[in-house]
Ligand binder design. Structure first.
Ligand SMILES: [Zn+2]
Length: 563
């Protein structure tokens, strides 16, 4: 970690001198210049004329400058990274709340912006810091009547400081380099939302999502791949096993309004995130990313909260990316503060529906196991470019070259994940034998987990394995499992100590995604039950130790405390 500073100030000749000296002198200009308008600390991006991005030390210095600027920003530590860096969480409010309990009788809503989960994708880090500064410097303090703003500008701090111009070579700047994708454990944090193996994601869930319960989260990234004129792309939560109203509202109401305002008020073009299905024939369609909740945006949706994926356009220059990301964040705050009551109602209703369906699951309460991305009713229009297809000698996939000829494509948008196969959602999942490691993961997600105090005999659905395949190629340190099998209903005796996870809790959809035996992103996939799925003596395969129960009356349980 270097402590080299890019701190600079404008508005005073002395400050200009400091810039001229290359900053880094450690001068505190506030003390020297009490009479002038409040000095405006500059981010590294601004001070370097958009040639550099900030190191961890520089972010921390900027945050301290913000705290000197205003009492309306407080800093918490949301996690300590694998390499020992404290990950800062800025809490910005007019009165800045001492904690979430202080918001209990408060009508303000909590909005959370996160940047740098992939530390080569840095404009969210710079834009979010600029944004906090500008809010604090504006005498009208825009947004803060309605919103308490949480900002994590440097979520992957370890990846951030492994800076090099060699990282993300296809990206246009910053020319002095940016960080790497993975954290200090070589994990991709945007694949860790279900297994929660990184301190960063564990801290996010515990210290932001559970503690502050933001009703809207924005996760900032940079695209890789397709060419178009739009500089900001975005997605809503896509996971179809969550509350359908969350997806519908984000997709059909919130993001169209934000996109329109982005263009009208800020002059920035936005586009739903995607890539062409076929670069050689753009008319075939535009496809979004995965529905799986290992991706943070989808995970938040599965928790009944709104989320936005921001993917800034890789081929726009760095300055444009920072400024346009900044515009998007403003447009989101414009929307959140204008619609705060509606958003609060929406997520409260989603929680209520989730609990209700868990109390008395109906035949129609289904959990999807396999999905197909279908086109949405409305096509998408992309301001793209014509592509030249250059055949390769001796065959093979042709080379594609972007031309300068602009062309607008209107095509189907494959972003509606429809289930191909479903099973019924139960009232509870029982885990027998109890497994302390699995209990730990469930508690880390903030789920309520109980234990049987007395043995119980219950009719339960059991999933017997017929096939289990670990992936040939390691992924995030795992040989992820694919299982096949069949369900049987049987009367079973469950011993005292058996773990009970009811779906009648606000995180009921998440409980199902983690525990359904055939879930495509659950704990079976992530090897949590590997010790018991295959008998270690004799032939054949075992049963999944997660049992589905549709009636849970009369169970005597105690609740496991969060660790
Ligand atoms: Zn990314």
């Amino acid at each position: 970690m270097t402590a080299k500073r890019h701190r600079a100030w404008i508005a005073t000749p002395l400050a200009l001198l400091a810039i001229g000296l290359g900053a880094g002198t450690g001068l505190c200009l506030f003390a020297a210049d009490q009479t002038a308008a409040p000095a405006k600390p500059l981010t590294v991006a601004e001070a370097s004329d958009f040639k550099a991005t900030s190191t961890y030390a520089e972010v921390m210095t900027f945050i301290r400058d913000l705290q000197r600027l205003s009492p309306l920003v407080r800093v918490e530590t949301m996690a300590v990274s694998a390499e020992g860096r404290e990950i800062p969480l800025l809490v910005v409010g007019k009165q800045v709340p001492s904690g979430p309990a202080a918001l209990r009788n408060d009508r303000r809503v909590v909005v959370y912006f996160q940047a740098n989960i992939h530390a080569g994708e840095v404009e969210g880090k710079e834009a979010s810091l600029m944004l906090v500064r500008d809010i604090l410097l504006d005498p009208k303090l825009p947004y803060l009547d309605k919103v308490v703003l949480l900002i994590s500008p440097i979520f992957n701090a370890d990846g951030n400081d492994k800076m090099s111009p060699e990282n993300r070579r296809g990206q246009v700047g910053p020319e002095k380099g940016s960080g790497v994708r993975t954290n200090g454990q070589n994990l991709d944090l945007n694949r860790d939302a279900m297994k929660l193996e990184s301190p960063e994601m564990q801290g996010l869930v515990r210290n932001v999502l559970d503690r502050w319960d933001p009703l809207l989260t924005v996760d900032c990234h940079t695209t890789n791949g397709s060419y178009h004129e739009e500089t900001v792309t975005y997605s809503w939560p896509l996971c179809p096993n969550g509350d359908p109203e969350i997806i519908r509202f984000a997709r059909d109401k919130m993001l169209p309004a934000i996109d329109a305002a982005l263009e009208k008020k800020y002059g920035v073009l936005g586009l739903p995130y995607g890539d062409p299905l076929d670069f050689r024939d753009m008319s075939k369609g535009w496809a979004t990313f995965s529905h799986q909740p290992r991706f943070m945006t989808n995970y938040i949706g599965l928790r009944n909260r709104l989320s936005i994926l921001d993917e800034n356009y890789n081929y726009a220059d760095y300055k444009t990316r920072v400024l346009h990301c900044y515009a998007l964040l403003r447009a989101i705050l414009d929307y959140a503060s204008a619609n705060a009551e509606e958003l609060a109602r929406l997520v409260a209703e989603a929680d209520r529906r989730t609990v209700e369906s868990g109390l008395a699951p109906k035949e129609t309460d289904l959990f999807g196991l396999e999905f197909e991305a279908k086109p949405l009713p409305q096509p998408v229009t992309v301001r793209g470019y014509e592509v030249e297809v250059i055949p390769r000698e001796g065959g093979g996939f042709p080379q594609l070259k972007r031309t300068d000829r602009k062309k607008t494509y209107t095509m189907p948008y494959f972003a509606d994940f429809q289930p191909k196969r479903t099973v019924r959602r139960p009232a509870a999942y029982l885990i027998a034998p109890a497994d302390e490691d699995v209990l730990g993961v469930l508690l880390r997600h903030g789920l309520v987990v109980e234990r049987l105090v007395e043995p119980a005999e219950l009719e339960a659905e059991v999933f017997r394995l017929k096939e289990i395949k670990g992936a040939e190629r390691l992924f995030q340190g795992h040989r992820t499992n694919q299982v096949k099998g069949e369900y049987a209903v049987e009367k079973r005796a469950f011993a005292a100590g058996t773990l009970v996870v009811r779906t009648a809790q606000p995180l009921g959809h998440l409980a199902a995604y983690l525990l359904e035996p055939e879930s495509d992103d659950g704990l079976v996939v992530w090897n949590a039950f590997d010790r018991v799925l295959v008998p270690q003596w004799g032939r054949g395969l075992g049963a999944c130790p997660v049992f589905k129960v549709f009636g849970v009356e009369g169970l005597v349980t105690e609740t496991s405390a969060r660790r």
